[in-house]
Design a binder for this molecule. Structure first.
Ligand code: PLP
Length: 406
């Protein structure tokens, strides 16, 4: 069933405001999404009614908040269909989750001469932690190249494996141009070589169903703020058997079992990887976001966003001097483009004057920009609360930009 767009837009109070005397058009959703009332209220309720530090408290409020937080973990488990609650580690976000694995997995399994495979369309957050690990260990980064549409070259991927390959770290969806990578197939390939796979799901979980067991991902990582949840919270899913073997990343309170000045033993999963007071309010807000997505319908969301992408691509293609990047057959609703002889920053600033929020620059994907010989793009990232009328407004604003520069 098609989504009721009036109801949906009412769920997001921020969308009602005016920017520069025009109705806000929010097309910067790949950077962060707006929050529905359900999420805002879930967090507000905890602060007003039950706030107390979680775990080990014997008093009423601590018990209630602990229960809410652990129920949130169960909600997230169901959201991505993990096998166990304790495979869900709350982190501050995708970057933090990737760094955790780069450290803990790297400490345990990566040695001099080993190799790690990533791709040419990664966000810096899935490049730099591996680069640093390789520098620390004397290991080597290998890169899966892309074609002109921004799709990974599968035959080259297969050829990158060697007996030294220790891990594949791959984005599910590219934030710069929206390509959806065939991660299930790529995980199968890696497993044939007995290599585990980490998937950066920061741009994936908000656009359709993700089932980590079906994918057979060894690690799957995402951020709350990109899936209509709060900032400062994210999820690292890892298979129990692998997480059990890894050493802790950050240390301190919560993650310990016994501490003496001679020796410390560590807590069981998931707490071994959640040092310090966790962002329990964020975790509860994130679960509310997952509930909101489920109630709205991930299939319905995907269908609406596909329609928006088709309409947006058609409308933008009508504008002379506009070049779209990333024409992968399978992609999410991101339109990344440049305008002849106009710097993306200049265009973005003028587009903002029409109340339209787009992102300009390299989108934390400098190697991708280099591959195409450009400095950056103007990126309009659309989600299910956006409309055809808003796309028309963007096209009008782009025409105005062109007129001003001509
Ligand atoms: N990976 C991808 C694909 C992203 O798009 C982003 C953010 O844009 C990140 C990682 C980093 O996410 P965060 O800043 O929430 O840690």
């Amino acid at each position: 069933m098609a989504l009721d767009i009036n109801k949906i837009r009412n769920d997001f109070p921020i969308l009602k405001q005016m920017v520069h005397n025009r109705p806000l058009v929010y097309f910067d959703n790949a950077a962060t999404t707006q929050k529905p009332v359900k999420v805002i209220e879930s967090m507000d309720r905890i602060y007003r009614e039950t706030n107390s530090n979680i775990h080990r408290g014997v008093h009423h409020l601590s018990d209630l908040t602990t229960r809410h937080f652990e129920e949130a973990r169960e909600t997230i488990r169901k959201f991505i269909n993990a096998r166990h609650d304790h495979e869900i580690i709350f982190t501050p976000g995708t970057t933090a989750g990737i760094n955790l694995v780069a450290f803990s997995f790297g400490e345990k399994y990566v040695r001099q001469g080993d190799e790690i495979i990533i791709s040419a369309i990664e966000h810096h957050s899935n490049i730099v932690p591996w680069q640093m690990l390789c520098e620390r260990k004397g290991a080597k980064l290998k890169i899966i190249p892309i074609n002109d549409h921004g799709e990974l070259l599968m035959d080259q991927y297969e050829m990158l494996f060697s007996s030294e390959t220790r891990l594949v770290a791959l984005t599910h969806v590219a934030n710069s141009i929206g390509t959806i990578n065939p991660v299930k197939k790529m995980i199968e390939t890696a497993h044939r070589h007995e290599v585990p796979v980490l998937i950066d799901g920061a741009q994936a979980v908000q656009h359709g169903r993700v089932d980590v067991q079906d994918l057979d991902a060894d690690f799957y990582i995402f951020s709350g703020h990109k899936m209509y949840g709060p900032t400062g919270i994210g999820v690292l899913y890892g298979k129990e058997a692998i997480l059990d073997e890894l050493p802790p990343y950050q240390t301190g309170g919560e993650m310990v079992d016994q501490v003496s000045f001679e020796k410390t033993t560590f807590n069981r999963l998931p707490f071994k990887f959640e040092a310090g007071t966790p962002n329990y309010i964020g975790g509860i807000g994130l679960a509310a976001a997952a509930d909101y997505l489920q109630e709205t319908g991930l299939d319905e969301i995907a269908a609406r966003e596909k329609d928006l992408l088709e309409y947006g691509n058609k409308r933008l293609a009508e504008i002379g001097g506009l070049h779209l990047f990333g024409e992968a057959g399978n992609k999410i609703s991101i339109m990344s483009f440049i305008l002849d002889d106009i710097h993306p920053y200049d265009a973005g600033m003028i587009i903002d004057k029409y109340g339209i929020a787009v992102r300009t620059g390299n989108h934390c994907a400098q190697p991708f920009m280099e591959r195409f010989g450009i400095r950056g793009t103007i990126r309009a990232s659309l989600v299910f609360y956006n409309t055809h009328q808003e796309i028309d407004l963007l096209c009008e604003a782009v025409e105005k930009v062109k007129q001003m520069f001509n």
